[in-house]
Design a protein around this ligand. Sequence first.
Ligand code: KG4
Ligand code: ZN
Length: 356
Amino acid sequence: MAPQFKYVLGIESSCDETAAAVLLDGHNVLSNVVASQVALHRPFGGVVPELAARQHIANIIPIVRESLYRAGIDLNDIQGIAVTKGPGLVGALLVGVQVAKAIALARSLPFIGVNHLEGHLCAPYLSDSSESPPERHLALLVSGGHTALFLVEGFGHYRRIGTTRDDAAGEAFDKVSKLLGLGYPGGPIVERLASKGRANAIHFPRALPGKTAFDFSFSGLKTAVAQVVKKEFGDRSRDKSHALDERLYDLCASFQQAVADVLVEKTVRAAEHLHVDTIVASGGVLANKALRRQLEQHAADRQLRVILSPLAYCTDNAAMIAAAGARRLELGERSDMTLNAVARLPLTPPAPLPRR
Ligand code: KG4
Ligand code: ZN
């Protein structure tokens, strides 16, 4: 059956990206516009919520306009709107939510508030994906705020089987980058330096508690990195005259390898434990090429299929929000004018592992 919602507009403003996108038939990306605020927050070493909200206000209308323009359509063509309602920074989220409501009200359009995490899980269904994930799969979600494993049994049916007990993997990249005085966001910076170093140069701990427990922990790794930094690098954050040296490359490569080892090992173990033959992975940290390679390689060694979020849709974007929203709209779900932003919004409550 042809989708009822041919053109869906997606809006995302949960953190430091103002984004809008237009999808055709729920998965073809006609446009995907992202205005990053990295330069604005860089001097502060991280996202300043108040500044983020104000910048979203300035950006959002031009970004929505641009997404329509690039899609070659105008507002009259749009049949539904999807907007991130949480989790995220409330002031930032409210900007997207209110703009979505205003457009919906002015045009009498249906709209839906989307969980940002469900958006990430839907990124691998977008048009540039190598293949569409099967209904039942194991989803690895790795972003700046979340690191979790979900057993997915069809759209909207998520059972969280593991999460981080402390830092998210992206957060670990960001903190290590900050320790080294390298800037924010840490992931791409650390990855670039890591590509010049040796991944086995420094041994960092891998927290892999229990063969059948699927929680993650990255704070021990962060502490171990901090100790090496203190011992060998002094205070780089103040002393910017240090030339980037071989040891720094090795440190980044060794840290990145430790994160990838834990993520890949836990994910493959969980898939085998649950007898799931497909792993689907998404989130900002999946932009890391070493992690992508390692996940593909290890899964292939164990006869598991892997579907990765296309690179363009790993970090925050509105195409993934539109994909999740389009599916919910097709199912008849609607938000109303009381829709509010929510800072903490779990995708599912923690659930016991299903019996094998
Ligand atoms: O999904 P995302 O854009 O935002 C959240 O929902 O959190 O993820 C952002 C996180 C940041 O922590 C950033 O450092 C990390 O993803 N990240 C990366 C890479 N690109 C972004 N981490 C490792 N390698 C990368 N290439
Ligand atoms: Zn995100």
